[in-house]
Design a protein around this ligand. Sequence first.
Ligand code: HEC
Length: 344
Amino acid sequence: LDKAYANGLNTVDALRTEALRMLNDPKAQGGLRAFYDGYLGLDKTLRIEGKDTNPATQTGADFTVTYNNVSSEIMRFASHLTVRTEGTFSDLLLSPKAFVDNKMAAVYGVPASALTNAPTYLNGKEVTLNSSERAGLYTRSGSLVLGGGPKVGLSSPTQRGEHFRKIMLCQQPPEAPGDVEFPELPDPSTKSWVQILKDVHLKDNDNNPNTPNPCVSCHTAFDPIGFAFEHYTLNGQYISRYPSGFAIEPEGWFQALEENKDYDAVTFGDALELSEVLAKSDDAAACFGKTWLNYGLARQVVRSSKDHCAAEQLADNFKTKNYSLRELILEVVSNPSFRFRNPE
Ligand code: HEC
């Protein structure tokens, strides 16, 4: 028994040592890229046409971004936090550090002077983004390029919010019903799209409890998350107001869909505040850990299965390790679910 016990420990140690060795190999960047591409839904065909639309600058410069621009920026950022330094989940969400190519520098409004003497890491220039406009992962182009909508060149808060709800909170919003009656929308030249959504999707228009607005119950779960990102165009540029001239209203809230989570009913003023809420949330960190476990196991962690216990154990260990991103990966490979595959 003693020997088996010792062997078991050795196996865990050996796995961790092997994982550490792999992390320090240049190929680790490929693994990180694959994880974050999957997490954010980026694929190699990605290309978002765009011009500088910020009313403040309006240079009309070509801000079209491709897969390579946005995915590489995320990969360098992740590698910096995971391999090069001992970053945490909170750093991932809040750090204004970025490693940019020329296109991303332009889209992020990084002045040329900041690039001249910037050190290079993995072919990206190391810069600090304007912290009144950007925080970590969720405010980077790679997170923002999903969710094109009815507003050309801009985003759909509904689709962005739905996407973010899934990845930030691991929550699947209810499917869109096929049979809802769509109310007539107000003229978009009279209001911003967010104001229209607030009036149409999120308001009980006649205040009669017997005829609740059939849209609210679903849309309140994701539209307000999308609102927080309205300062960013689809390709990730920060704009101070809409090209139409309407003011941006980036305030939103987290509406509970499941049992108690520590972010339920929390309001936020914009994407920066939203990032702060999640950076402090054990539940959001546990969701991120679960997503890594899914990636490690290459299958979804289903509630009823043994993997669910594994996910909980992983979340506990991630927390014990102060949410270190590197430790998370080491935890995933040494997790019992990873080592002993349950029969499928
Ligand atoms: C059961 C949940 C649910 C209900 C109820 C619901 N929706 Fe949705 N709706 C969704 C989801 C999920 C999406 C996003 C995914 C998609 O586009 O398929 C969506 C998308 C939309 C969009 C597209 C938005 C965009 O920017 O692409 C519109 C418009 C919309 N809903 C209007 C309504 C209206 C109006 C009502 C009420 C009459 C309503 N919905 C009721 C779940 C719902």
